[in-house]
Design a protein. Structure first.
Length: 226
């Protein structure tokens, strides 16, 4: 029985994995599920996609020279009179503030998990946050695994001086305080998603590299390899 079959044999593990996959797929479609912009607008026979592009307000009869505000009653009335639009299931984005609800409002039928201290929908922010967090974790695991496999394979395959040299470099690199390095780099560079993935990946590949190195060394010691 493979490890994958053994994993799915456990009911709790299987359903937990399925739940995480469903939540992650929903988070990838967060822009279509929860957004304050319409998915599609048909106005005077022309299709517009505000969820992808920014349009001037004068296209829909709003203020010229400004981005179209689809919460404006005038723009909504013009669209209903001259076409139609498809809105997301939840009419709020992660940064949308509901001024009709006070901050830290209790859960209700409009905000299923209530609002935060700035009047933003908590459920929507969780949905967008899951997408960022899980995507970060998946990319981080992929990058660190690739680095670990390459470094560990080189150490285990060649051994000897190359192995010892790389091992000493890993020990020196692993002793560096990552928190202070992140604080120092943030003074020179504006932190963003790709920047964090790159910096964190430079430090979290070493434990797996040691396992790969040991596995290569074990295989090298086999009589069939010799």
């Amino acid at each position: 029985m493979t490890r994958l079959q053994s994993f799915f044999k456990h009911t709790k593990a299987k359903y937990s994995f399925i739940t995480i996959c469903i939540v992650y797929l929903m988070s990838l479609c967060a822009n279509f599920i929860a957004n304050d912009l319409p998915i599609c607008v048909c106005y005077k026979g022309t299709l517009y996609f505000p969820i992808y592009n920014d349009y001037n307000g004068d296209i829909f009869g709003g203020d010229p020279g400004m981005s179209a505000d689809f919460s404006d009653p005038l723009i909504n009335q013009n669209i209903r009179s001259n076409g139609w639009m498809i809105k997301p299931l939840i009419p709020y984005s992660y940064a949308s503030v509901d001024y009709e609800h006070h901050a830290l409002a209790r859960p209700d039928w409009k905000h299923f998990l209530g609002t935060d201290d700035q009047g933003r929908d908590v459920l929507v922010r969780l949905l967008y946050g899951v997408r960022t967090s899980l995507t970060f974790g998946i990319i981080l695991v992929a990058v660190t695994s690739l680095i670990s496999l390459c470094v560990g394979a080189v150490q285990g395959y060649f051994g000897g001086t190359i192995d010892l040299t790389i091992q000493r470099c890993i020990e020196i690199w692993g002793s560096l305080p990552i928190l202070y390095i992140l604080m120092l780099l943030s003074c020179f560079f504006a932190p963003h998603f790709a920047w964090l993935v790159l910096v964190v990946s430079l430090f979290y590949w070493m434990p797996l590299a040691n396992l790969v190195r040991l596995e290569f060394l074990r295989i090298r010691a086999m009589d069939s390899i010799k």
